[in-house]
Design a protein around this ligand. Sequence first.
Ligand SMILES: [Zn+2]
Length: 325
Amino acid sequence: MQQAIKDLDRAYQNWWAGRARAPSPRKRELNDAMRFPDPATFAVRRLSKNWGEVKLPKLGWVRLRWDRAISGEVKNITVSRRAGIWQVAAQYEREIADPEPLDLPVVGIDRGVTVFAALSNGTMIEPANCGKKALRALARAHRTLARKKRGSNNRRKQVQRVARLHMRVSNARRDFLHKTSTHIAKNHGVIVLEKLVVRNMVRSAAGTMDEPGKNVRAKSGLNRAILDQGWGMFDRFLGYKLAERGGLTAHVPAPNSSRECSSCGLVDQRSRNGARFLCVGCGHAEHADTNAAKVVQRRWDTPLLPVEVPGCRAVEAGTRQRAAA
Ligand SMILES: [Zn+2]
């Protein structure tokens, strides 16, 4: 109850401040989660390597699989259900010493959909495309679901199957992002990323009734690919992984990073041709994503004002826009 009231209050505050939409009623199956904010009302103990139990108000001791270390004082516990599986999350507090500053290289990263992350040192990380790989299975599961009678047991079971599929996708994506970000964080002291507002990048191209958009299907496919990457989560993982090692994650403006030459700084749409970058000013040639990653890094090393090109609009990273004649 305590936590539910806090959550409701925050939902209203966010709504009134324009940060979120109006709160909607919580739904069984969809919002099965509760937090116990008072450590006096619960207890946690570990029984063996893989088992533990948690004592919850009105429920008593509940067994659980213990899958990670708790090395501090537990402040609150959240119990939630995802795709039919109950999970317990414990938030704990512990003092840690400030890490020593790192003496590791600086790297710029350009994020995209054909290459998940291009590093300024030339490394390319292939995308995991977890959602894309599950697309057919998901479409099938959703079709089957559409044929089930509302309120029936079989429909409920099918809802579970769909939910499990979605969970597998999101677990696989998170796993990929953890592995990738840990590897990058271990080997670099400063990571420079372009500032991306994914929400603006995935706006629908559908337009309105009077003014229908162009290439709606292609844009919707690109949007799906963008959302499948998990750029925001990648950003967060890198942020805390660098911070706890004594490193730093920096953000620089994104516009034109894919059409700027990393060697001479000239911004020209004609330099970019698919995956190739060939500067029309100085002849510098490189993989377009590596070039963009170097531009990102340079914007942090030597911050310059973004260059405006006549007839060229600042667009999202990784997409091309033809300059007006
Ligand atoms: Zn150049």
